[in-house]
Write a new protein. Sequence first.
Length: 84
Amino acid sequence: PDAKNRVVLLDAAEQLLIEDGYAAVTSRRVADRAGLKPQLVQYYFRTMEDLFLAVFHRRAEEGLAVLSTALQSPQPLWALWRFS
């Protein structure tokens, strides 16, 4: 359950960032979107900065994995073009 709650909070924060922008994201709004108690946001992420960094870090890791796979393909340049 712990890992699932963390992922749900990250998903909620990401959705709010996309929809409303950085300034509109609060721990209460993230918790509401996730369907969890506001205290859990602070349990998993000490600060909102930690939450935002976790959101960006997660997507950056996904992008790096795709780039790594593309670079290992027989036609890396073509694969990179498809990625972008």
